[in-house]
Ligand binder design. Structure first.
Ligand code: ADP
Length: 490
């Protein structure tokens, strides 16, 4: 029977090292709070480098036995983990909503989404093929075999507290790597719950270790992994400056890196688009998690001929979105993660207004709901002088830019150092072909706003990073190729 846990049983406050829950070595703790109310949920371990070192020691001890399991034995454990996550969808979804703020339906959706990566990589574990290289010389056999890269350090953000860490841990374990992980300081509880379920599923002691740390402690703590030559890979999702820092600081031990960094996604609506579909797609992609996703459209370019109509259709729908705490079953937009996030949104909107934008919907904080709420917002007459054009707003704000022709739209869309997601709506097949090829992005949505899938390669180009998560490519980042050359055979 797959065990079901109560929400309170899933809330852990300690690190998980070598199969044991343990306080930080120096006993330090920091508070985790509900972004809807500011209420403290619990005090979790505030780790230091000693804890990071203990986690790496455990991962190193567990590595030989884990990599020597048969792939199907690892797959069986991962399938059990998936079954436990799915069986505990309600409690995990509630925990995500509690610490991160997203509406309950989205919290539950994230559980299913995160679990889908675990199931996917459980299957992929059994399909790690190498190559027999066609013979080049008599008496010589050449083979390319794939091996686990070694200990993996996973560092994750707060916006998808379950999915982001699941889609790093699952391929690492599938590949035969052991893991040390640090979730974001705002949302460590879901990650701990996930680790609890992994342990329950039979992941052996030391194979998966998790430490939590406040922002103040994170730098020195993670630095221990960056400098430790036993850690062979860093997998990170978060901001571009931190990704660059990790790349720089891990260069001393030349680790393999996967970096899923920031985006600044364009969303282009051409004159020939199906406008209803474009509005629906924009709502789905922009307002998921209140606009706090790295793939959500940050700049919406609308061709002049449909600009006013599209702006009108969109702002009517946006004005109807229900903003409420996650606990309200009708909530569509919850609180933002913290007051810093809210201040950034307000700064972007104020700056846009100062540069000539017009508010078509929202445009204000909602203090009557709590300190972290911002109204879903549509701004017309956006231009490239505005802060929100160059930086991710990471909130429920849609700026509408006007353009005249296709080359202008493509040039504007690509005029950013980032290249994660991009979207466009058009019904002209030739244009679809041209624009798909011209957009500088790792992910292109064509007449579609919901792109994520465990079966698809997720990742960016340019300063949005490198590496791919999910899909048949997702395991490569956790494997290295060993070339075996056998001679004197005949
Ligand atoms: P966000 O802006 O979404 O919070 P960050 O890139 O700041 O994104 O954080 C993502 C993850 O990286 C979090 O787990 C955070 O604790 C961690 N992090 C941030 N700065 C550092 C750092 N200097 N060293 C190690 N980890 C860091």
């Amino acid at each position: 029977m797959t065990r079901q846990f109560e929400l309170k049983e899933l809330i852990r406050s300690d690190n998980f090292i070598d199969g044991q829950w343990c306080a930080a070595a120096d006993g330090a703790r920091f508070a985790v709070s509900d972004p809807a109310t500011g209420t403290v949920i619990t005090q979790v371990a505030d780790s230091s480098p000693a804890d990071a070192r203990a986690a790496t020691d455990a991962a190193a001890r567990a590595a030989p036995a884990w990599r020597n399991l048969l792939p199907k034995e690892r797959a069986t454990i991962l399938h059990k983990w998936n079954a436990l996550i799915v069986a505990n969808q309600d409690a995990l979804g509630a925990l995500i909503s509690l610490e991160q703020g997203k509406p309950l339906a989205e919290g539950r959706g994230e559980v299913a989404y995160g679990a889908s990566y675990v199931a996917w990589f459980a299957d992929e574990a059994t399909r790690i093929y190498g190559d027999i290289i066609p013979q080049q010389q008599r008496g010589k056999r050449m083979t390319a075999a794939k091996e686990p890269v070694g200990i993996v350090a996973a560092i994750t953000p707060w916006n998808f507290p379950l999915a982001m860490i699941a889609r790093k841990i699952a391929p690492a374990l599938a590949a035969g790597c052991t893991v040390v992980a640090k979730p974001a300081e705002d949302t460590p509880l879901t990650a701990s719950a996930l680790v609890l379920l992994a342990h329950e599923a039979g992941v052996p002691a030391g194979v998966l270790n998790l430490i939590t740390a406040s922002r103040d402690h994170a730098v020195a703590t993670v630095a221990d992994w960056l400098e430790d030559s036993r850690v062979r890979k860093i997998t990170f999702t978060g901001s571009t400056p931190v990704g660059k820092y990790l790349a720089r600081e891990s260069a001393g031990t030349l680790k393999k890196l996967s970096l899923e960094l920031g985006g600044n996604a364009p969303f282009i609506v051409f004159d020939d688009a199906d406008l209803d579909a474009a509005v629906t797609g924009l709502l789905a992609s922009k307002f998921r998690n209140g606009g706090q996703t790295c793939v959500c459209p940050n700049r919406v370019y609308v061709q002049a001929g449909v600009y006013d109509k599209f702006a009108d259709m969109l702002s009517r729908r946006v004005a109807e979105l229900k903003v409420a705490p996650a606990t309200d079953p009708d909530a569509q937009i919850g609180p933002m993660i913290n007051i810093r996030a809210l201040d950034k949104i307000a700064r972007h909107v104020d700056d846009a207004l100062a540069h000539g934008a017009r508010v078509l919907a929202g445009g204000k904080r909602l203090p009557e709901l709590g300190p972290n709420y911002y109204a879903p917002t549509v701004l017309a007459d956006a231009n490239h002088e505005m802060l929100l054009c160059g930086e991710e707003t990471f909130g429920p704000v849609v700026p509408l830019f006007r353009f005249d022709d296709e080359p202008e739209a493509i040039e504007a869309a690509n005029n950013t150092p980032f290249g994660l997601a991009s979207y466009f709506y058009s019904q002209d097949l030739r244009r679809i072909d041209r624009v798909s090829r011209a957009l500088e992005a790792g992910i292109v949505g064509i007449n579609e706003g919901a792109l994520s899938s465990e079966a698809a390669p997720f990742g960016g180009v340019k300063e949005s990073g490198y590496g791919r998560e999910g899909s048949k490519y997702g395991l490569d980042d956790y494997l290295s190729i060993k070339y075996l050359c056998q001679g004197n055979l005949a």
